[in-house]
Design a protein around this ligand. Sequence first.
Ligand code: SF4
Length: 170
Amino acid sequence: MSDDSKRYVGKDIEVIFHPGRCVHSAKCVSGLPEVFNIKKKPWVHVDGETADKIASQINNCPSGALEYVWKSNLLNGGKQMFEIKEGTNGFYVGEEDNKEAEIHYVQNGKHIIIVDHTIVSDSLKGQGVGQALVKRLVEFARTKGIKIMPLCPFAKSQFDRHEDYADVLL
Ligand code: SF4
């Protein structure tokens, strides 16, 4: 992150602003004025809207001046953090060529993804990594407006336990 970057920490999401990249399109302030308001201090009110809406709005920033990180990407309450990264057709912990945990899906048309496996290495077991990967995928689906078919037994068990995931369940 560059030195002039600012970070705004919310309940579910953190917003990062890079002033040097901003091209002043005003898309953020017109699209989500409850969150982005240059007349207020701080100008980003992270809990002014749902994290899903904030993420969707930030995806429309034309310059990359706004970025976000889901809080669920950071596990273990910040004591030891495992970053969940977005990969090709999934999310993972570790490195692209050496994944320690992964949730993987196959695309079925434009609006459906099918979860075919979730794996967690022995070294990460018992730390909620699998649950966090499913949660991250749910957040991803909400942002993209797509539905999830959880064929993988672990992902299905998470959907069975979480009524709050029903909005993205196919
Ligand atoms: S949408 Fe991005 S580029 Fe446009 S004003 Fe907001 S931060 Fe700047």
